[in-house]
Write a protein that binds this ligand. Structure first.
Ligand SMILES: Cc1ncc(COP(=O)(O)O)c(C=O)c1O
Length: 369
């Protein structure tokens, strides 16, 4: 029985990419959110120091790693009581997003809900489990019928950069608890919050004490170090929350061999224990963001949300593919908003993940258009 998976969206950008590559001063590729700065030396050293790893690693992660993640939630995310037993490293978080419905035992007849404009893998995960994908604009939009078994949140959002506040998260968690719905909150841009008035050092977590009252039942926070620590190539991520749920996932993952390599576990432990490299990377992205924002605004673009994360959610009030084509003529490649759901049809997602030199080039091209 074949799976009903969507076409891989990036394939549809091939023509625009070829056009952008033909620019005499080269392409500025702002389509994919892949980090371009070096992996911090501290983390490269941690990898080297753990290179001797002849035995099998622990699927659950080393106790030291799980303690370090718990400490990070307390220090950076306002979540004081994360039980190290409820922490589990994952092989990047894309695999977890794609497999979570299956690992939770969901299948035909079950619904998986996620934001209407979203990272496409929530939908893919529902399909892999043969469950029903339910894009939603709000909880009310789900209607009075059967509740989903799993509800995905993504804060800050990819692609829009929208942040969910503590009150909003609390409302969703209360709603889900009344109905026995598991809430998984994908939060990998939380350290890249650009608001001056943010109510904490990072974007609020679903595990924030103000949201949960200290009770993590039914809740999972999904986190990746790909972006904040330039570790996308290491596949370094984790989830944390309800120890009972995590135990259930661990059981299946042990049988399935879904294990984070030991050297990467050591890198994860080091990375969550060091705030300095994250702050430095944030400063770099803040600079690139302000260069691009200024150029886009001066050229008459409207930027929506984008208060956190690695993207600008931008529109010229025309179909996204027309914007993509116009920018490709200028040698700039961006992602059309329709990749993320039909409501993104008039937006493009512009990534901040390019070198300072390429970001400057993009700004100049935008201004001279
Ligand atoms: C919202 C969101 N979740 C998860 C991921 C996956 O991150 P990784 O698999 O690198 O950990 C991404 C990557 O772009 C993302 O934007």
């Amino acid at each position: 029985m074949t799976l009903q998976l969507p076409d891989f969206p990036w394939d549809s950008l091939a023509a625009a990419k070829a056009r952008a590559q033909a620019h005499p001063d080269g392409i500025v590729d702002l389509s994919v959110g892949t980090p371009v700065d070096p992996t911090p030396p501290l983390l490269q050293d941690a990898l080297r120091a753990a290179a001797d790893a002849p035995g099998y690693p622990q699927t659950w992660g080393t106790p030291a790693l799980r303690e370090a993640v718990s400490g990070w939630f307390a220090r950076r995310r306002g979540a004081s009581g994360v039980d190290p037993d409820g922490v589990l490293p994952t092989v990047g978080s894309k695999e977890l997003v794609a497999w979570l419905p299956t690992l939770l035992g969901l299948g035909p007849g079950d619904q998986v809900a996620f934001p209407a404009v979203a990272y496409p893998t929530y939908d893919v995960g529902a399909r892999i489990a043969r469950a029903e994908p339910r894009p939603m604009t709000s909880l009310v939009g789900l209607g009075p019928g059967a509740a989903p078994k799993l509800l995905w949140l993504n804060t800050p959002s990819n692609p829009t950069g929208q942040v969910l506040g503590v009150e909003h998260l609390k409302k969703v968690v209360d709603w889900a608890r009344e109905r026995g719905v598991v809430v998984a909150s994908d939060e990998c841009y939380a350290e890249l919050d650009w608001r001056d008035d943010a109510d904490g050092p990072t974007t609020p977590s679903v595990l924030d004490d103000r949201v949960t009252g200290g009770d993590h039942r039914g809740l999972l926070a999904v986190y990746s170090l790909s972006k904040q620590s330039n570790l996308a190539g290491y596949r370094a991520a984790f989830l944390a929350g309800d120890p009972a749920l995590v135990g259930q996932l661990l059981e299946v993952r042990k049988h399935a061999g879904m294990i984070v390599p030991y050297p990467v576990q050591r890198v994860l432990e080091t990375a969550v224990g060091d705030d300095q490299h994250v702050a430095a990377q944030k400063t770099t992205y803040a600079r690139r963001r302000s260069v691009l924002l200024a150029a886009l605004r001066e050229s008459g673009w409207r930027i929506d949300h984008s208060e956190a994360g690695l993207y600008l959610w931008a529109t010229r009030g025309e179909p996204a593919r027309a914007t993509v084509d116009a920018l490709a003529e200028q040698g700039i490649l961006v992602a059309p908003g329709d990749f993320y759901g039909p409501t993104g049809a008039q937006h493009v997602r512009i990534a901040l993940t390019a070198t300072d030199e390429r970001i400057e080039a993009a700004a100049q091209r935008l201004r001279s258009a």
